[in-house]
Ligand binder design. Structure first.
Ligand SMILES: *Cc1c(COP(=O)(O)O)cnc(C)c1O
Length: 379
């Protein structure tokens, strides 16, 4: 079976973990700092603060930006649950804004419509590895004096080409702060792990306190504010450090696989390949196709691919507003039609670096065959 995701664990990761175990310094320490420095170098952000996972990193970001009960935060309903739960953790109000059908990212027009006098922040998600529409969202944020948290959990290494300024705007710099995840299936993984990047020195300082029970990094047993234990361990950071060294190779492999899928699946009736905005560098955390008007239903296609040794996944089977926890808050089915439609027709194909050239051609041929397209020869 070609798996939909598989962590890449090589000799370097094993040796690095062993070295930490032998050092006896297992909790937050040098390896965590090294990982933070790598994120600073990669993104160009001035500060990076590691957390035990992306969800707690998001919570710390919301907390340290001062979002509290009564505040409203806008986020898309078509994303992973943490993008919304981090708002609820501070008892603030989740306000959903639908996504765009083409990019799966928050629709700036919908975001603007969702703004009220109580809105404090927009959490924009770089879904599947494609940077969100930063220029448009920033405009709205500026006009309405809103903060932006970039949920870049799926987009490490991604960027936007700023043609006017002739520079790359890296994921990790597309907000007042940005959040990454190093969960086992993410493009760079540590098993579990999170990171906040920001240019704001005071915010970074507070993030460090909040992850460490409200203590200063230097003066222990002096508690300045409400804190948590959100620290990352040296053991896991050691994995992350080795992975970061390989990011370029990983991203290249993902993009190459994506390019082969895109070429092989273009023009098939009932299959829509992912749209890549011209100015964005997509890192293909996932390769999402839309199955609609196909001879098979999405679920039938999924099943047939499985029979041919190809695991696929539905990210996400239901938009957030349709889950019990959100229906209870008064959200209703039908409120966010684009997200609902995507949930019914999305199918993610394997695209990660361990999908070989042979695998990827097998995926292309299988989808083509199941779509009634002649097998292609000579490739
Ligand atoms: C993975 C993910 C998170 C949460 O990260 P964890 O490290 O699993 O807590 C948040 N947002 C998005 C979009 C994600 O994909």
């Amino acid at each position: 079976m070609i798996p939909i995701a598989k962590p890449i664990i090589e000799e370097e990761e094993k040796l690095a973990v062993q070295a930490v175990l032998e050092s006896g310094m297992l909790s937050q320490g040098e390896k965590v700092e090294e990982l933070e420095q790598q994120f600073i170098r990669l993104t160009g952000a001035k500060h990076a603060v590691a957390f035990c996972n992306g969800t707690q990193a998001l919570h710390a970001a919301v907390h340290c930006l001062g979002i509290r009960e009564g505040d409203e935060v806008i986020t898309p309903p078509f994303t992973f649950i943490s993008s919304a739960n981090c708002i609820l953790m501070e008892k603030a109000k989740v306000v959903f804004a639908d996504v765009k059908a083409e990019t799966f990212n928050i629709d700036p027009e919908e975001a603007e419509k969702a703004v009220t006098p109580k809105t404090r922040c927009i959490i924009a998600v770089d879904l599947y590895g494609q940077p969100y529409d930063y220029a448009a969202i920033r405009e709205i944020a500026k006009k309405n004096r809103l903060l932006i948290i970039e949920d870049a959990a799926q987009a490490i290494g991604g960027y936007i080409d700023d043609v006017d300024e002739n520079r790359k705007m890296m994921c990790g710099t597309l907000g007042d702060c940005s959040v990454f995840s190093m969960y086992a299936t993410k493009n760079v993984m540590a098993g579990e792990g999170g990171m906040v990047t920001t240019d704001d020195a005071r915010l970074a300082e507070q993030l460090k306190r909040v992850r460490h029970h409200g203590q200063d990094e230097k003066t222990r047993y002096e508690y300045y504010e409400l804190g948590y234990n959100y620290r990352m361990t040296n053991v896991l950071a050691a994995i992350g450090v080795e992975q970061m060294k390989k990011l370029e190779r990983f991203t290249k492999a993902r993009r190459k696989n994506a390019a082969i899928l895109t070429e092989g699946l273009a023009g098939i009736k009932g299959i829509r390949i992912p749209h890549q905005r011209e100015s964005t560098f997509h890192v293909y955390h996932q390769y999402p196709i839309i199955v609609k008007g196909h001879r098979l239903s999405r679920d039938e296609l999924k099943e047939e691919l499985e029979k041919r040794g190809i695991e696929t996944a539905i990210f996400y089977p239901k938009p957030l507003h349709m889950h019990p926890a959100f229906l209870r808050m008064g959200f209703q089915e039908g409120q966010f039609p684009v997200s609902e439609e995507i949930s019914k027709s999305i199918l993610c194909l394997p695209v990660h670096p361990l999908v070989s050239g042979k695998d990827i051609r097998h995926i292309v041929e299988a989808v083509r065959e199941l779509s009634g397209h002649a097998m292609r020869t000579g490739r």
